[in-house]
Design a protein around this ligand. Structure first.
Ligand code: CP
Length: 332
């Protein structure tokens, strides 16, 4: 693997297709879960820079632990708080607040580190700029070393890999695949107090469609359509109750409007998942990437109840990151 920005980076010459490549990566991650230090020598003498332009708990720490399990040193730089304000626009006249151009900073980071991992968020104001993935693409263009996305303007691939690892664990242990031909996996919009990025929902849809293991349904209020680039292949409905019927997994997430970019039209609390709604499902496991606004996005009764697997899901972030870092180190 040369970089990890989207699901498409998972494809290897030896895998027959994307679904098989994803399955191989899942198996690698689950093997690391059983034996975290199996490849302790792989990263010896290697150094990774984790560059944050936005806050993080899970992504930052799980990637650091994953690097350590592979014997690789990880150095964290909160560039938004501790670094010079970076300029990303080509040809910018830097007479404003930005101090250092990415074309000067990124090659230096490439000298210090064997690989770079970057977290950026979208502005949710400039759709064209966000969709062009300007920030992470400028790092890729100028760093000269492999780049891993720790969430970018439109995608969160490490989260999505974690999510399908977690689903696969349940499919294996609970033998859901014996009960039904295909598990039903539902991505449902949930209320929130402010407009949020589309990254987690986009990526989850992109990975689910590429993986092809389940019947995949997306439900959201009218006007909350995601970019078809990510959702194509999924069944989409405005009727949440209908979507939840017989679901085996429910992925809960808020996102802002995409067409009229970055807005929050409504915050209908009826869309929050409750035990009453859970009763419509096939005793579904409930997932969320976290952090979550309790009793806005997800109810206490769900989060503290037996169907929530959010902690196990977040724990699996380590194994997803370790599998990806291992693939990149092996390719170097
Ligand atoms: N899910 C996730 O990316 O969490 P953090 O923002 O805490 O890294």
């Amino acid at each position: 693997m040369k970089q990890f920005i989207s699901v498409h980076d998972v494809l290897t010459p030896s895998s027959e297709g994307l679904s098989e490549a994803i399955n191989n990566l899942i198996e690698k991650a689950l093997a690391y879960k059983l034996n975290p230090f199996a490849d302790k020598a792989l990263g010896t003498g290697k150094r990774m820079g984790l560059i944050f332009l936005n806050p993080s708990l899970r992504t930052r720490l799980s990637t650091q632990v994953a690097a350590s399990n592979l014997g690789m040193e990880a150095i964290i730089f909160n560039v938004d708080k501790e670094g010079w304000a970076l300029e990303f626009e080509e040809g910018a006249i830097m007479s404003g607040n930005t101090v250092e151009h990415i074309k000067d900073a990124a090659p230096i980071l490439g000298k210090y580190f064997d690989l770079l991992a970057i977290r950026t968020f979208p502005s949710l104001k400039n759709k064209e700029e966000d969709c062009s993935e300007l920030y992470i693409n400028q790092f890729i263009k100028y760093a000269g070393v492999p780049v891993v996305s720790l969430e970018s303007a439109t995608r969160h691939p490490l989260q999505s890999l974690t999510d399908i690892i977690t689903i696969q664990e349940y499919l294996k242990t609970q033998q859901l695949h014996h009960k039904k031909q295909k598990p039903k996996i539902v991505l449902t919009w949930a209320p929130h107090v402010k407009p949020l990025p589309h990254c987690v929902a986009n990526s989850f849809a992109e990975w689910m469609n590429a993986w092809g293991v389940g019947e995949f349904v997306i439900t959201h209020p009218q006007d909350y359509e995601l970019d078809e680039k990510f959702t194509k292949g999924a069944t989409i409905t405005y009727n949440q109750d209908e979507a939840l019927k017989n679901a085996d997994f429910i992925y809960v997430k808020n996102w802002s409007t995409y067409t009229d970019y970055g807005k929050m039209y409504e915050n209908d609390p009826e869309w929050m998942l409750t035990n009453e709604k859970l009763a419509l499902t096939n005793n579904a496991k409930v997932m969320h990437c976290l952090p979550v606004r309790r009793n806005v996005e997800l109810s206490d009764e769900i989060l503290d109840g037996p169907n929530s697997i959010v902690t196990q899901e977040a724990g699996n972030r380590v194994w997803a990151a370790q599998a990806v870092l291992s693939e990149i180190l092996n390719a170097k």
